[in-house]
Design a protein around this ligand. Structure first.
Ligand code: MTE
Length: 328
């Protein structure tokens, strides 16, 4: 996240941010030209690209397992903008455990995802440890196309595959004191080199929600994307997707979920509290201290200045489903 400001170890001035982004995008543009045809998206039933992927096989790991049986949730088949090309989404990532640029997709292949376990603990009646197959067996998998909005003002639209977080709530039964939830990402200092000097970063990456936010139908755990399992750079094998909040609220590669009676400290909020609040809903009228949030750019092939600009929507377009959570 070139725009997310990591103080001290990784100080980049505001003036430097734009050239860096332009540099990365110029490189991507050249790669795109070299890969001729990359930007021409074919269409599957849902409209996400298949043809372009076939033309550029190295873009996506061909060994990613494809999901055979899942429902497309009819309430989330389409949004008001086109689905992002899967190769674009897979090569423009924020995953700080693997570095501070958008180009971490190769480094992220070092993430060991075998025998993955997710421990759910804290103020619950039935603490549990799940493996990924448990999730697939216990909770019917569904596909949902969601808008996704990064706090840095870039956006995408992707079809996630997974299940609503509320299924876990039903399974573990939090007690009445459990008002907050902490989500903890995988971290191993030998594997996750991170950006800059790691000592000043509050690893592991953690995020948090209120329990009633987690219980909202939109709050989702993704185990797949575009019909296949999550590539490592997207947070394999399981990540949060909270579509009405900025993207950093969705932790990747989750290993632990804790129900708490206090608001937990989180990664970005600990590093820079005045820029990254705990709530962090998408709100066009509330600027980031260093840039406006009134509009966003849909990531695409080619340099960033060619990306389509859209007006930011309140709660990222999900006000009907979530505005009541913030009454008063
Ligand atoms: N989760 C972890 N563990 N580490 C991260 O650096 N970055 C966040 C979020 N989850 C991040 C993370 C941010 S800032 C964004 S915008 C999204 O992941 C990006 O998700 P994507 O790379 O799949 O598009």
């Amino acid at each position: 996240m070139s725009n997310i400001h990591i103080p001290k170890t990784w100080e980049i001035s505001e003036r430097e941010v734009t050239p860096e982004a332009a540099f990365i995008n110029r490189r991507r543009f050249l790669t795109t030209l070299a890969g001729a045809g990359l930007s021409i998206a074919g269409a599957s039933v849902l409209g996400y690209p298949t043809e372009s992927e076939a033309k550029t096989p190295p873009q996506i790991d061909p060994n990613l397992m494809k999901f055979e049986s899942f429902e497309r949730n009819p309430a989330f088949i389409k949004v008001d903008r086109p689905i992002t090309d899967r190769a674009v989404a897979a090569k423009y990532n924020n995953f700080y455990e693997f570095g501070g640029s958008k180009s971490i997709w190769e480094a992220a292949q070092a993430l060991p995802t075998e025998d993955w376990k997710v421990e759910v603990t804290g103020l619950v009646r039935n603490p549990r440890t799940y493996d990924i197959d448990d999730f697939k067996k216990k909770f019917p998998l569904e596909e949902r196309v969601y808008r996704f909005r990064c706090v840095e003002a870039w956006a995408m639209v992707v079809p996630w595959l997974g299940f609503p977080m509320k299924h876990i709530i039903d399974d573990v039964e939090p007690t009445s004191e459990a008002r907050f939830v902490r989500f903890i990402s995988y971290y191993n200092r030998k594997i996750n080199k991170g950006p800059g000097r790691r000592t000043s970063h509050p690893w592991p990456y953690t995020e948090g929600l209120r329990t009633d936010e987690m219980a909202n139908d939109l709050a989702f755990f993704a185990v797949g994307i575009y019909g296949h399992e999550l590539p490592k750079q997207h947070g394999a094998p399981i990540r949060q997707v909270i579509p009405w909040k900025y993207g950093f609220k969705g932790a990747k590669s989750i290993v632990k979920i804790e129900f708490l009676n206090y608001q937990p400290k989180t990664f970005w909020n600990t590093l820079i509290p005045h820029e990254y609040g705990f709530e962090s809903n998408v709100e066009p009228d509330v600027p980031h201290p260093r840039w406006s949030q009134a509009s966003e750019r849909m990531i695409g092939n080619g340099p960033a200045f060619t990306w389509k600009r859209r007006k930011t929507l309140l709660y990222n377009g999900y006000a009907e489903q979530v505005a009541h959570l913030y009454d008063g």
